[in-house]
Design a protein around this ligand. Structure first.
Ligand code: ATP
Ligand code: MG
Length: 483
């Protein structure tokens, strides 16, 4: 047995970057031989004298390799192998059995062992088999990681959904992808605008070209201009070299103008000109530049409403909206929820190395009832968290943790747990630091605007980017609040 606590043993092994090996044998001499031989191979070893104690500790120790004696006092090694595989799914198994019982060894192989050792065996034989098994274990881990990455970033974007609106959206996206026309994708936060933009790029003739993304809410007009169009050396103080803009970088591919509604009015005429005339100048440049770029813009906000309010140029609006694609909120296409939930379950289970492959009926009921203000992203977050905390093979309602406008508390330990709702500002103690008052004011406005950052920003007279930065600074996950 390990003299130290298991978690500290796990930590130590991980810190040293050594593979963890579990040895289960009821023979003390054999345990000691294996412990020494494996330690000389730079492995971290934990020994157990019985199947029962091995089962108790394996979940936490998470061995990558286990050497099991077939004939143990209580539960036999083959049964143990099956049980251990459930608690330590990453583990590769080697069984040890006496000469003359080759049938047992073969039975163990059938039960999932990677290899076997016939007792007595030499240190050299042990080393060969253990290294082979660890190599296999590394490959399996790598394979899982690559599969997860491929699922998350498939060569072809995967737009999941079987509702009428989603089937039509997929068809429309396929058709539009073939044309060079400018597309405006409209939809609330988390509905899948970026995913559709990726599909427009990848399913069309420009797939081998670049897909360049610009977040139009990210920078003030001056900086955004050189971000988009580039600048010449010496164009302004600090422009020490020439910089190519996103338009140039997207040549031969697509340019995604994300959150176009947030583009500052000062820059809108310049963008319009470059779209209309198909040419632009680097900041400080005198040579017009021509590029072959397909424009895709996205907006969370109602852009037509922005036009009516005089905050977005009408001519630019029509120039961008050659082909409008609207993605409905998730609550308007509930038939997609089960399919999306299963899709995200597969992704998260693979990424977390968990064998969860089912969602209980009650969970589906709850998911179908929910209103999904954060749309598909919220569903993805809910499933991801559930997978992390689910200990079994099926998601149950108690594993669901919801995205919501977070409850906030007044600084100081006395008020830590007191949630602050709308109107709470009037009840604040007078000695709060200004920073805290600002924080509460922003969160309260957000709450009153139903989590809509754009509307809250407008009311507060600050940019969406500022709100986002502040929220980040308050350590609130950005995805917890809808745009
Ligand atoms: N139909 C879908 N099938 C599979 N995954 C989806 C689908 N719709 C959205 N997703 C996933 O949900 C997440 C959010 O989608 P995405 O980033 O495209 O939303 P968005 O509309 O651009 O959000 P925001 O307005 O906040 O930028 C992503 O991980 C995306 O892959
Ligand atoms: Mg997006």
């Amino acid at each position: 047995m390990q003299p130290r606590g298991l978690s500290s043993a796990t930590e130590t092994a991980t810190r040293a970057g050594r593979a963890r090996v579990l040895v289960v044998d009821d023979d003390a001499l054999m345990r000691s031989f294996l412990e020494q031989a494996l330690a000389r191979m730079e492995l971290h070893v934990q020994t157990e004298a019985s199947a029962e104690s091995a089962l108790r500790s394996a979940g936490e120790y998470a061995p990558q390799l286990a050497l099991l004696d077939v004939r143990l006092g209580g539960m036999d090694g083959i049964t143990l192998l099956g049980r251990l595989a459930e608690v330590a799914p990453e583990c590769t198994f080697i069984v040890m059995t006496a000469h003359g019982s080759i049938e047992t060894a073969l039975a163990a192989m059938k039960a999932g062992a990677f290899d076997y050792l016939l007792k007595p065996f030499s240190v050299e034989a042990l080393e060969v088999v253990a290294q082979k098994a660890l190599g296999f274990s590394r490959l399996r881990r790598e394979n899982r990681r690559l599969r997860a990455r491929l699922r998350r970033h498939p060569p072809q974007p995967l737009i999941v959904g079987r509702s009428g609106p989603m089937v039509r959206l997929r068809d429309l996206t396929r058709t539009v992808a073939r044309s060079p026309a400018t597309v405006l994708i409209e939809g609330a936060s988390g509905t899948g605008k970026e995913l559709v933009a990726q599909a427009l790029h990848s399913w069309g003739p420009r797939a081998s070209g670049p897909l360049v993304k610009v977040n139009c809410a990210a920078l003030p007009a001056g900086l955004m201009e050189s971000e988009l169009f580039g600048h010449e050396r010496g164009a302004f103080t600090g422009a020490t070299g020439m910089l190519r803009g996103k338009f140039e970088l997207a040549d031969g591919g697509s340019l995604l103008l994300d959150e176009i509604s947030e583009m500052e009015p000062a820059l809108q005429p310049k963008l319009l000109r470059s779209l209309q005339e198909r040419e632009f100048y680097r900041v400080g440049g005198t040579q017009p530049l021509h590029v072959d770029v397909r424009i895709i813009a996205t907006t969370n906000a109602d852009l037509a409403e922005r036009v009516r309010a005089g905050r977005f140029r009408e001519d630019l609006y029509y120039r961008l909206r050659v082909i409008p694609i609207r993605i409905p909120p998730l609550r308007e296409r509930r038939a997609d929820i089960p399919l999306l939930a299963k899709h995200f379950l597969e992704l998260a289970a693979e990424e977390n190395g968990k064998q969860i492959d089912a969602i209980s009926r009650q969970v589906f009921d709850v998911l179908m009832e929910h209103d999904w203000p954060g749309n598909v992203r919220e569903l993805e977050n809910v499933i991801q968290r559930a997978v992390v905390i689910c200990p079994g093979a099926q998601l149950e309602p108690e594993h669901l943790l919801w995205d919501s406008v977070p409850e906030i508390s007044i600084g100081g330990s006395a008020g830590r747990d007191a949630p602050v709702g709308a109107g709470a500002l009037q009840q604040l103690p007078g000695d709060l630091p200004l920073r805290e008052v600002e924080r509460l004011w922003i969160l309260q406005t957000l709450e009153q605007e139903g989590g809509n950052k754009s509307r809250a920003a407008r009311r507060l007279g600050i940019s969406v980017r500022t709100i986002r930065n502040k929220l980040n600074a308050y350590s609130l996950a950005p995805a917890t609040v809808a745009e």
